[in-house]
Design a protein around this ligand. Structure first.
Ligand code: KDG
Ligand code: MG
Length: 405
């Protein structure tokens, strides 16, 4: 069996997605997600110009060898563009292998360790009434674990907070040809957030698992303060408190708080986690299959984390396509150290482009029993949605200095 064709599909049903379609000489078709939000075309070029020509004629079953060939062979290792491109190839090859075996992918990863993957949904509001409505809406949809994001008095738009809650397929601030600029004030956020969690606990009780994403905006000592201040509200996790490329910074945070910590959605290699995992400075690893080298690399990451009782929390925003989402779900079902899965449902247009077998019911996701990944691409539907440049926002402090968003 040989790879006969590899095509990069760019489509934009509400937001941009990059998908790699690999076809074998036997006519088996596999899909991989290479979407890198805000920098999509860099991955398209990497794939079209530098990877597709290397794939033609290769044996699609040699997944590990192909992964190493693309990773080591490039010489220029890691980075989000390279690793998203490798992920797209890797996932498409796993899709093909599982289809040839006639099994859903999770069976090739060791079989099901659980009946479904517990998911968390996003709730947010500019103020408490809006936030409570949003939490109730997620509970009505079946979510049993909720990420809580809140506006901050005196600040305008805050990333991750949608005031109307109708934008399920959240493109922060809509599509803009240049990034929208938001204003950020860390002391105001630190003063306000504990009161939000106190109010949510008073309204929804002690049992509902609650999560929060600080989106890399804090210094280590601010992160320690926040973790400590939130301890009475028993968070499931506090995410991305600092820009954790300085892994040692987490030692300080850990010394001061028992609030569980999740990190890694912007990481793309196991080495990015080395200190965090070895020193048990975090509790959940957050990478997405799409951004961290595919199923092959993620399996190694989870196995490494498992030695330290660190669990998975795969990144699942709407900028991961249903193809990337499905790849994560097969891993979720198979690995022993599963923690939780982020889930933001895609728009109906996105689901039309990506017919999929995965399901969500009563708080749990399941990848389905279709052989392979269980996601395809309707190319006719995809062609209706042309690529549109779209940027994520940027953040400035009150004095105009650039900050992490
Ligand atoms: O493209 C950026 C988003 O994926 C990210 O901001 C979402 O932080 C996020 C999350 O936890 O889902
Ligand atoms: Mg996040």
């Amino acid at each position: 069996m040989r790879i006969a064709n590899a095509e990069v599909i760019v489509t934009s049903p509400g937001r941009n997605f990059v998908t790699l379609e690999i076809t074998t000489d036997d006519g088996v078709v596999g899909y991989g997600d290479g979407t890198l939000n805000g920098r999509e075309l860099a991955v398209v070029s990497y794939l079209r110009d530098h990877v597709v020509p290397l794939l033609i004629g290769r044996d699609p079953h040699k997944i590990e060898d192909t992964w190493q060939y693309l990773y080591r062979g490039a010489y220029w290792r890691r980075g989000p563009v390279t690793m998203a491109a490798i992920a797209a190839v890797d996932v498409a090859l796993w899709d093909i292998k599982a289809q040839v075996a006639g099994l859903p992918l999770y069976q090739l990863l060791g079989g099901a360790s659980r009946t479904g993957a517990r998911a968390y949904g996003h709730a947010s509001g500019a103020d408490l009434p809006e936030l409570f409505d949003s939490i109730r809406a997620r509970l009505d949809e079946g979510f049993r674990c909720i990420r809580v994001q809140s506006g901050v008095p005196g600040l305008g738009m805050v990333y991750g907070v949608t005031s109307t809650d109708v934008r399920r397929d959240q493109e922060s601030n809509g599509r803009h040809p240049v990034p929208v600029e938001e204003v950020w004030d860390t002391p105001a956020y630190l003063r306000h957030l504990p009161s939000v969690f106190e109010a949510v606990r008073n309204e929804f009780g002690p049992e509902l698992p609650l999560l929060h994403d600080a989106h890399h905006r804090l210094t280590p000592i601010q992160a320690a303060q926040l973790g400590k201040a939130l301890e009475p509200y028993d968070l499931f996790w506090l995410e991305d408190v600092t820009p954790a490329e300085n892994q040692e910074a987490l030692r300080l945070v850990r010394q001061h708080t028992t609030t569980p910590l999740a990190i890694g959605e912007v990481f793309n290699a196991v080495v990015d986690y080395q200190t965090l995992i070895r020193e048990q400075l975090i509790d959940y690893v957050r990478s997405a299959v799409t951004h961290a080298g595919g199923v092959t690399a993620m399996r190694k990451l989870f196995d490494y984390a498992a030695q330290y009782q660190i669990k998975s929390g795969i990144h699942g925003p709407t900028d991961i396509s249903p193809v990337g989402m499905a790849a994560g779900l097969h891993l979720d079902l198979a690995i022993h150290n599963f923690g939780i899965q982020e889930f933001m449902p895609h728009s109906p247009d996105t689901y039309d482009v990506f017919p999929h077998a995965y399901t969500f019911s009563d708080g749990y996701l399941h990848p389905g029993e279709t052989p392979g990944l269980g996601v395809t691409v309707d190319k006719k539907a995809a062609a209706q949605f042309e690529y549109q440049p779209a940027y994520l926002p940027v953040n400035r402090l009150r004095d105009g200095a650039m900050h992490d968003w």
